[in-house]
Ligand binder design. Sequence first.
Ligand code: AMP
Ligand code: MG
Length: 591
Amino acid sequence: MLAHSAGTSVEMSSVHTVLVFALVAAVSVTPVYALESCQSTDRDCHGHDKKTSPDAIRSRWNVNASNLMQDLDQFSVSCTKLIDAFPLDEVDGNFVRTVKNCIFSKSIPTPLKGPLRLAAVSKDVLEGILNVDMAVTQSEEFLHYASGGKLLPGSVPLAHRYGGHQFGYWAGQLGDGRAHSLGQYTDRNGGIWELQLKGSGKTPYSRSGDGRAVIRSSVREFLCSEAMHFLHVPTSRAASLIVSDEPVMRDQFYNGNVNTERGAVVLRLAKSWFRIGSLEILSQSGEIDLLRKLLNFVIDEHFSSIGSDDPDKYLVFYSTVVNETAHLIAQWMSVGFAHGVCNTDNFSLLSITIDYGPFGFMESYNPDFVPNTSDDEGRYSIGAQANVGLFNLEKLLTALSPVLTKKQQKEANVILKGYVHIYQMRFHQLFKAKLGLLRDEEDDGYLIAFLLKMMEDTQSDFTMTFRQLGEVSAQRLHNGNFTQMWALEDLSSHRLFSDWLSMYLLRLGRQQNDHDLDRQHRMNNVNPRYVLRNWMAESAIKKAEMNDFSEVELLHHILSSPFVTQETAEEAGYAARPPLWAKRLKVSCSS
Ligand code: AMP
Ligand code: MG
């Protein structure tokens, strides 16, 4: 069956699939054109942070942008707020147990063994957020601090108790099994950041795990969280990556092949590490006073627009999380990012990307792309993420139900029903921007879905197809001259490509007062040229495992400007057709 639009025909059933993918997989009242100034992880953009004035902070800490701390002794974080706000686990010690009636357990990190090496460090985080001079990272002291071997005076490291739904089922108590919160840090703008070590040893929540993380997964978390930030996707950040010689046994593909790898620790930070699972465990175990306490804390600290006395505050909180989760997943889709393990314990209450594991950036366009080889059923395929978001928000609503009135529960259900619409609108906006489209036209959704369907049929590269559509002039597009544009060459092999192209060029031609160079500029600012493809990470990991961190550094540097063409990146082939061996790469949950 054929559908006709603007003189173009395309098989209806398959476009329907794409539309469904785009729609189910795809609101927002934010105009696309306002996005650029509001795309960072800065929660101001979402009105979450309660702010102290920058001047007040500067005078309190006596710092300014050019006054970076030169010594780790000058640096301090504090757990006081978290400890004062909640009851602590009454049992002490890092032995595995079921924990009740608390949000955190005190837990001391276990220092990594063997010589420690600084494999990577983010200047943007160190100097830009933590106000620490990069020179400090060269000290032994820093190596120990950032890997759990040294605590600063007054520090009380904490492991967070949370639960979660994993692969659709309630998994009970999970918690920080290999992460330690070191405390909160107030940046020079008054923003609060919670610093956490990942891979720093056992806690009461380690279950059968060893509390460690290996080099390969730590390199991936370090690089990807920083890359996502520079792609303007809300995310946790990474300050440093320390590798050790401590042997860590892993059966990477769960096939009985156990290898000795090496332990590593990422020092990571987020405005908050609370997850959907943080609330779920309290609700599931009937700890409703504590549930209310945690909610009040999260709202007071991170949702500044919600009044503490508002009788509907939990409902407004829910509505905000629904809205922002829809936004986040649409942003993932717009850069072809599949998280890999979208369990409720990995979904942040602040709707930032957290817990990087077997994620992947989609190469050939395929809604069924599953980055995690352990995910046999493709539950967390890229095209399923929007639906999984809905599932997770349903679980959040269940967790909130004990503190909502019957009327509020009904209203919350109506809010949840709006999620799909919010997602679709946001997806539509982002993809319109990816095509350089201004204003709204009725057939825009069709133009997007048609393109995605052709990309699927021709297995065109997701990142480079959009990038090259922005790099190519309208004149060259018109002439169908795609030499040296490998992704467009692939796409143009589709038998309906010229139909789509005419429709696109006509659409661009109707954009009054829009110069082609302006269109290209807009598109190149939203379509990255470089993303962290698995093969790129893999190559850097192989070297890092031999203590050569040059490629980690190169990737970190390049992915900090993903929209800018860079000579070193071109030489390394990062925008070229992926090497054949890339297709054979697998990533699993093992980390
Ligand atoms: P993830 O899939 O990495 O989000 O982890 C799921 C749960 O397993 C969390 O509670 C983690 O803290 C825990 N976990 C994962 N790996 C380990 C490990 N090596 N040791 C202890 N706990 C772990
Ligand atoms: Mg996790």
